[in-house]
Design a protein around this ligand. Sequence first.
Ligand code: XBP
Ligand code: MG
Length: 255
Amino acid sequence: MRNERSPIRALIFDVDGTLAETEAHGHRIAFNRAFAVWKLPVVWGVREYGELLDVTGGKERIRSYWHSHPELRALNDDEIAALHQLKTQFFLELLNQGKIPLRPGVELLLRDARDRGVRLGIATTTTRANIIALFTATMGTDALNWFEAIVAGDEVARKKPAPDVYQKVLHLLGLDPVQCVAVEDSEPGFRAAQAAGIPTLVAINQYTYHGSYPRAVCVIDGFQSTNIVQGLNLQPIPQLQVEHIEQWYAQAVHS
Ligand code: XBP
Ligand code: MG
């Protein structure tokens, strides 16, 4: 345990696309499996799914897609909820089969935060069941106890890019926005954290590299062998640590 206290009181992590590449390796496949079981003439390809991610929330994504495809058999809200529940079952199966690992470097960053006395939170659009299953399948269920505040999408009134999940995590942690750093992967998530007033680090991925992240604490391409995409032009970083985020945080908060 290092002695000096970090100026960052808490890191608040997004889940999908940030902690793990769940969209590419999980959700899209699970949606398609559910569509097939219901014999719906819908298959979401990799590129098309990337565009559909502009709508956050699985149920909302289904509803939005059906709205823009009137040729499809209409689905009422109960049917959408049942279809999404089936999709979640398939997603949980993929997690339990070990098909969706954490992004490289995530576990080491979480351990470094704990060693530095930086508190941890989760603010996500997905379901609590998916969060529990992700950690059970990767770091083990005990790792969930590392997070003092976990808020899932269906537990607040409005999903990202609304700030609701982040505001609830801040309330549970009893911290002010500027005492924290949010770690996101996408524009809706970045906008949600920014709307909550939280300095935000963005770790882009194959679905979100094209996004716009003005005034991000920093934009990076991952947590291991990290390249800076937007921000301080440091040399590539072998493993992202809290001290790197502190450096960017100081620049962002005091500039
Ligand atoms: C991203 C989302 C989620 C997932 C699908 O969540 O928008 O809806 O795409 O999960 P995050 P569900 O905020 O963690 O990036 O089907 O459970 O909604
Ligand atoms: Mg995300």
